[in-house]
Write a protein that binds this ligand. Structure first.
Ligand code: PLP
Length: 420
């Protein structure tokens, strides 16, 4: 038998060569990855950055334990939301003073959507994606009920046409650049421009983009954005989220949850709300500082990292995964759900298979951690800071073995946990 250029041996050799030439390879040392695990679920919960344990220890023992309440000033706990917001800003193309860190994505979405609607008080329609992450759709519906608006669900592929035809009634379009199931990447610049063309605002949910690929919020003239801290930013379970408010909207930014930390004079303890100037008004209440300081330490994994280089490596990883899947999974019941054109995919590859759930479980037992999204999607996320090309090859090879041998049909892989 001759090994063709796309045969497994050639792909294994290609993976090795790509790793040898990888200028970002050393960044993997910024993470503490367990032995024997190939981690392809950093799009759900990023791996543990090496800087985090000591930072959390310091936050707990010294800052909390010893410095106590003095830490608000002495360790600048007060400044953390905007300080960390600026650090995140660098990764999403936002100049300083436009990002606040805190609370969850769900809470930030609620605030961003209400603020967007109030910035366009004469408009009744809120557009969102029927395939958007559930929380984004639920909150859009809730905000609409609260403010007397109408939610219209328009697939991202039809959004530009709908905006052009009926955009004069649209207050805000709320979408994610990366489809969390298929990994399809939308054209943020074009869609933002299409909304602005008809006077509507755009709210981007960057959960699957922040830290995964370059996002030029300022460059595309973005209005509002939110995103979470625990996916590609690797801030840890329940890490605080962030909100971006473009500088030009900050004076009129009138969100729903007006907490005392966003007050112009928080320690004047006034009985009515007067917003702080600038992005500070997007602060809410006392932030979860232990989580926030963990996120701050986690973000040092991006120190000196050029997001364009990170994107190039990410595309190299996902491209190799697709080539391996084509060559090695043929005839085993898989189809590729992720666009093949590099500019149309995020940092994830999704496959469909009728038996996605048990296959993912069997894969995990072998040490390859991806996840499954109902009904039939196997999802693999590639954080280019720590995933290697050899990981990619080994993951597909294991998928092939599990499926070709029927290993996944063992009944232990059919047991469903609460979280999938
Ligand atoms: C992960 C994710 C969320 C999660 O919201 P939480 O409030 O952190 O639970 C929301 N929206 C999108 C698009 C996501 O990918």
């Amino acid at each position: 038998m001759t090994v063709t250029e796309t045969g497994p041996a050639a792909l294994a050799a290609r993976a090795e060569a790509l790793d040898a030439a990888d200028g970002l390879a050393a960044l993997r040392d910024r993470f503490l990855l367990p032995k024997g695990v190939v981690y392809l679920d950093g799009n759900s919960l990023g791996a543990l950055p090496a800087a985090v344990p000591a930072a959390v220890e310091d936050a707990v023992r010294r800052q909390w334990g010893t410095d106590l309440i003095r830490s608000w000033n002495d360790n600048d706990w007060w400044g953390a939301p905007l300080r960390i917001g600026d650090t995140i800003g660098r990764l999403i193309g936002a100049a300083p003073g436009q990002v606040a860190c805190g609370d969850s994505t769900s809470v930030q979405l609620f605030n961003a959507l209400t603020a967007a609607a109030r910035l366009r008080p004469d408009r009744q329609v809120l557009l969102t994606d029927p395939d958007h992450f559930p929380t984004d759709q639920y909150i859009a519906d809730s905000v609409a009920r609260m403010l007397g608006l109408t939610v219209r669900r328009v697939p991202v592929g039809e959004l530009a046409d709908v905006l052009a035809a009926e955009g004069h009634r649209v207050a805000v379009a709320a979408y994610g650049p990366v489809d969390y199931r298929t990994g399809e990447l939308a054209d943020m610049a074009a869609l933002t421009a299409a909304a602005h063309e008809v006077g509507a605002l755009f709210l981007w949910d960057l959960c699957h983009a922040a830290g995964a690929l370059p996002v030029g919020l300022d460059a595309i003239g973005a209005d509002l954005a939110v995103g979470c801290g625990y996916k590609y930013l690797s801030g840890g379970p329940g890490a605080p989220a962030f909100i971006y408010v473009a500088e030009r909207h900050q004076d009129a930014f009138d969100h729903a949850v007006t907490g005392w930390h966003g007050h112009a004079e928080p320690f004047a303890m006034q009985s009515t709300y007067a917003p702080a100037p600038g992005i500070a008004r997007a602060r809410i209440g006392t932030p979860p500082l232990l989580s926030m300081l963990a996120l701050e330490a986690a973000l040092t994994a991006f120190d000196g990292v050029d997001m364009a280089a990170l994107r190039a490596k990410s595309l190299s990883l996902t491209g190799l995964f697709l080539d391996c899947a084509d060559a090695m999974l043929d005839g085993l019941g898989f189809t590729v759900a992720t666009p093949r054109e590099p500019e149309r995919r995020g940092s994830q590859v999704s496959l469909r298979h009728e038996h996605a759930y048990p296959i993912v479980q069997a894969h995990i037992e072998r040490g390859f951690i991806g996840d499954m999204r109902a009904p039939d999607i196997l999802r693999f996320g590639f954080n280019a800071l720590y995933v290697t090309h050899r990981d990619v090859f080994a993951a597909v090879e294991a998928l092939r073995e599990i499926t070709a041998t029927g290993e996944y049909t063992d009944e232990r892989f059919a047991v469903r946990s609460a979280v999938t």
